[in-house]
Design a protein around this ligand. Structure first.
Ligand code: FB9
Length: 456
């Protein structure tokens, strides 16, 4: 039983107790938790020295002298017997005065030994002085505690138990079994958003395939870079306000003048063997600022500024479309885009890089379907077999940028490119039904914190 248990058990049977406790910290701990009240008492206690124990064992020198032949001698016994008035000297002889001698010294030492020093009133102060003088006892200061029940006495206090055990660890007492199954308290730390985890996965795939990341931190683009430079005609429905967010202020921005003339020409009259669209291209329309509807607006600027004819670029960032929102569509999403510029790249290169890219995502069962994009020809939609849905689902779009886009930039190369979103794979991977659980102001922080790691 440890000290704490002793104290508790004692107080269960009495209101107050005076005890000697070496562990002052324990008393403070119990008191701070209002389990006990205590008053500290400092008392002198006496304990026998070796000489004191020798007297108990063999009797006092004066008593033993009296049992002898009472000669005059220089001894402690003779001197003390004279002091105690047990003997006197007469005509050069020792004369016994007291008939019935008791070894009072030994009796007093026994009293002190037997009362464990608790109650010193058991012998008089004079006696104590004599015993101290003769170094038969020694005095110690001892701290006692007068302990009584506190207001929280016997109330459950888990923390106390742990604290006390920490104080007392290392002493021999019976510890309760350690609960190896208990879990630590989860620290309240930050957590990566699921989309960022998916984004990192895609980024790593591009990087290990030798792609460089484009700087896409510019949400507002001119219609010129977002549409016109991609040979997307100014009367294309996707350029309408019901599909695109136009910026009121600043309403316009500029673009390179000489390049603009080439774009104007390719739209109106065609060039490089293309017939063009045959409409009046408007510089004012091309200058209107919008929220970019795809990251290809950035890709076009990188290609325009290309200093070499072979490069692999990628980007993963937000794009904005003024479309109907529902459980799986918001007015924005994160586009993933990859492109490769090189000499004589063709459809087999495109299908090959798509197969390699999606294989790294664990998807090998692919189907490619001819599609249409204003700025790619041929265009290809990518489908993958979904093992749970037991059907093919669309997982991306791709194509070879048209000459009407590449040639006005002055590039003598071909460019293959593809795109997909972050939200769709994230919703599939994490089994999310409503995109608002994943993105937007209503996202649950607890969900983010508990969201699993992401790997493909
Ligand atoms: O992401 C899409 N689907 C998808 C992707 C991955 C996936 O699982 C991961 C592998 C583990 C599951 C699904 N899609 C593209 C297909 C559909 O979801 C589609 O309904 C929605 N699309 C978005 C556009 O919708 C307005 C996804 C988005 C998209 C579509 C096309 C492009 C980019 C994003 C593009 C492009 C492009 C084409 C040619 C040249 C350059 C870029």
């Amino acid at each position: 039983m440890d000290t704490q248990e002793k104290i508790i058990n004692i107080l269960k049977n009495q209101d107050k107790v005076k005890i000697k406790v070496s562990d002052h910290g324990l008393i403070l701990k119990l008191s701070s938790k209002k389990i006990i009240n205590y008053k500290q008492i400092t008392e002198n206690i006496y304990s026998l020295t070796t000489d004191g124990y020798d007297i108990i064992q063999n009797g006092s020198p004066e008593y033993n002298y009296m049992k002898g032949d009472l000669k005059i001698e220089k001894s402690v016994g003779f001197n003390n017997a004279m002091k105690k008035g047990w003997i006197k000297l007469e005509n050069g002889l020792v004369k016994k005065i007291v008939a019935d001698i008791k070894d009072e010294l030994k009796e007093n030492l026994l009293k002190i030994k037997n009362c464990e020093g608790f109650d010193m009133k058991i012998v008089s102060n004079d006696i104590l002085k004599e015993l101290l003088r003769r170094k038969l006892i020694e005095k110690k200061k001892v701290i006692y505690y007068e302990i009584s029940k506190g207001e929280n006495f016997l109330k459950e206090d888990k923390n106390l138990e742990t604290d006390i055990l920490c104080e007392m660890i290392g002493k021999s007492f019976n510890l309760k079994d350690y609960n190896w199954n208990t879990l630590g308290i989860l620290p309240l730390n930050g957590a990566l958003h699921p989309l960022n985890k998916i984004k990192d996965e895609f980024r790593n795939i591009f990087l290990e395939m030798g792609f460089e990341e484009m700087n896409t931190r510019k949400y507002v683009e001119s219609s010129f870079w977002n549409f016109d430079s991609l040979f997307q005609p100014q009367n294309h429905p996707s350029r309408e306000a019901h599909d695109t967010f136009f910026i009121k202020n600043p309403k316009y921005s500029t673009f390179p003048e000489e390049y603009g003339k080439k774009v104007k020409k390719i739209h109106e009259d065609g060039d490089f063997g293309s017939l063009g669209y045959g409409y009046g291209w408007s510089e004012e329309e091309a200058s209107k600022n919008i929220l970019r509807t795809h990251t290809t607006a950035i890709s076009a600027q990188y290609l325009y500024n290309l200093k070499k004819l072979e490069i692999k670029l990628f980007s993963i960032d937000r794009v904005f479309r003024n479309e109907h929102v529902d459980a799986t569509h918001l007015a924005e999403f994160h586009q993933v885009e990859g492109l490769i510029a090189g000499k004589n790249l063709n459809l087999k290169h495109l299908l090959g890089i798509l197969s390699q890219f999606f294989k790294k995502l664990g998807i090998e069962k692919l189907k490619f379907k001819p599609a249409y994009n204003p700025y790619t020809e041929p265009s290809v939609e990518v489908f993958a077999f979904h093992p749970k849905l037991k059907k093919y689902i669309e997982i991306g779009n791709s194509g070879i940028f048209r000459p009407e886009m590449i040639k006005p930039m002055g590039l003598d190369c071909s460019v293959i490119a593809w795109g997909l979103s972050l939200e769709r794979p994230a919703m599939i991977k994490y089994g999310i039904k409503n995109i608002r659980q994943l993105f937007g102001h209503g996202v649950d922080f607890d969900y983010i914190r508990k969201n699993n790691i992401c790997y493909f």
